[in-house]
Design a protein around this ligand. Structure first.
Ligand SMILES: Cc1ncc(COP(=O)(O)O)c(C=O)c1O
Length: 448
């Protein structure tokens, strides 16, 4: 009988991350200084990021060694299992194989510690005492406060207000790890106070929470900023997921025909697919499917152009698919998928036609999550439900014997209020209006 879980021994855990930058068919457009609109000088980034992270952001090296202290913390939960979802296959009546890479087994309950751990480590190495960050649904804030506790550092989290109110247990968990947390917009920063003055009921957005965390880091000498998605170094750290998956599929005697994941800023999806990019470019028929909410259709309907990463225009300009940095998302429950932009590496590959993007309504994703829960037994995070929906639709179209692999990015044990709203029929679907996109893009800089 085939194994249900393909378990990689600890001794087989990858000791290097894969950097896709040298393999991109078209070089990545450089980040630009928000004032001069010229390529950013790495020294400017040093105000908010440690040197080691800036080096990784721009590195031309294909393989980057994972430091031993990072591997030691990874081993608390890595390698993560690759699981054959045969009960789901049976319920769907499909003849293809479905696997999921289960990143929900980490201490924080998602893939986010894969980058939180190295980021905390590099900051600690460079004498930083505190890290400030934003969080959407709370998974990233939890991951960073966990990682900071591993290396004896302080952590400050600005959590998008709508999620802060929807998910009170995330706040408690962040506090339990020793982190402090504020609902964003907050009274702690100039940006937060200005927004509250304009709109006291503002529900917040990731772009706004990023502005608050960047301002915090830029105005305190002992503090740096950390981002949980989008940037090249974050995607780099997440490649451990795809590298393990590649080994596990080989152990099972399989190869991927489809790789599927949900996209908020793009880090878990990129972590799964990037290690397979060289094989795809060499001609292997691997289809890569990115799944996003219809309420935040960045890849499917956003424009590919330079935009700011945050509301206050503090971050460098990145060339990415964007809905405009002033985007205020509808309060869907997948808080981690409500970002106006996406990882430049991912957007570059979407633009090349190497990745397909799909968007779904939240109730359809919760339906998929329920089927998964009632067949495979685990409760997915609302973000992850988008990957499940995408994998199910892909499996229905796949040929008999083909292999669909999706990334199971997190558990939903702290998202039960969202399931309650779903089961009591209180969830609404949102289509993002075209006129809002047109309006928000008017605020984006025009770069020649
Ligand atoms: C469980 C989970 N999945 C997916 C995401 C989306 O982020 P990314 O696209 O960077 O993987 C998040 C973000 O918060 C998350 O918490």
């Amino acid at each position: 009988m085939d194994d249900v879980k393909i378990v990689l021994p600890e001794s087989e855990m990858p000791s290097k991350w894969y950097n896709a930058l040298p393999d991109l068919p078209t070089p990545l457009a450089p980040p630009l200084d928000p004032q001069t609109k010229k390529p950013v000088d790495p020294d400017q980034l040093a105000v908010i990021f440690p040197r080691a992270v800036i080096e990784q952001e721009l590195s031309p090296e294909r393989w980057i060694p994972i430091p031993q202290p990072v591997l030691d913390v990874y081993r608390l939960y890595r390698p993560t299992p690759l699981v054959r979802a045969s009960r789901l296959e049976k319920a769907l009546g499909v003849k293809c194989k479905i696997y999921y890479k289960n990143e929900s087994v980490s201490p924080a309950g998602s893939h986010k510690p894969n980058t939180a751990i190295p980021q905390a480590y590099y900051n600690k190495q460079e004498g930083v005492k505190r890290i400030a960050t934003e969080t959407g649904a709370g998974q990233w804030g939890t991951a960073l406060s966990f990682a900071c506790s591993m290396f004896g550092m302080a952590c400050t989290v600005y959590m998008v207000k709508v999620s802060y109110n929807q998910k009170p247990y995330r706040k408690m968990l962040i506090n339990a790890y020793g982190g402090e947390i504020f609902a964003s917009p907050s009274e702690m920063t100039r940006t937060g106070r200005a927004m509250l003055e304009k709109d006291p009921d503002c529900a917040g957005s990731l772009g706004l929470a990023i502005s608050e965390a960047v301002e915090d880091a830029a105005t305190h000498d002992d503090t740096k900023y950390s981002l949980g998605s989008v940037l090249n170094h974050v995607l780099l750290h997440q490649t451990i997921c795809g590298l393990e998956t590649e080994k596990q599929l080989a152990m099972a005697g399989d190869k991927p025909d489809y790789l599927v994941g949900c996209v908020g800023g793009g880090s878990n999806f990129a972590g799964l697919i990037l290690p397979f990019l060289p094989r795809k470019l060499a001609g292997e028929n691997i289809r890569m499917v990115a799944v996003e909410p219809k309420a935040c259709p960045t890849l499917t309907r956003g424009q590919f152009r330079y935009d700011y990463g945050d509301v206050a225009r503090l971050t460098p300009l990145l060339k990415m698919h964007t809905l405009g940095h002033s985007f205020m998302p509808a309060p869907i429950h997948a808080g981690g998928l409500r970002y106006h932009g996406d990882a430049p590496i991912l957007c570059n590959l979407v633009d090349e036609g190497l990745i397909d993007a799909e968007a779904y309504y939240q109730t359809d994703c919760f339906d998929a999550a329920k089927l998964f829960l009632q067949t495979e037994g685990f409760l997915p995070a609302p973000e992850t439900s988008h990957a499940i929906k995408g994998a199910i639709e892909t499996a229905k179209k796949a040929k008999p014997g083909e292999t669909v692999v999706f990334l199971y990015s997190g558990h939903g044990m702290l998202d039960l209020a969202s399931y309650d709203a779903y089961m009591s029929g209180k969830l609404t679907n949102f289509d993002y209006p075209e006129e809002n996109i047109v309006e928000a893009l008017k605020d984006c800089p025009v770069i020649g």
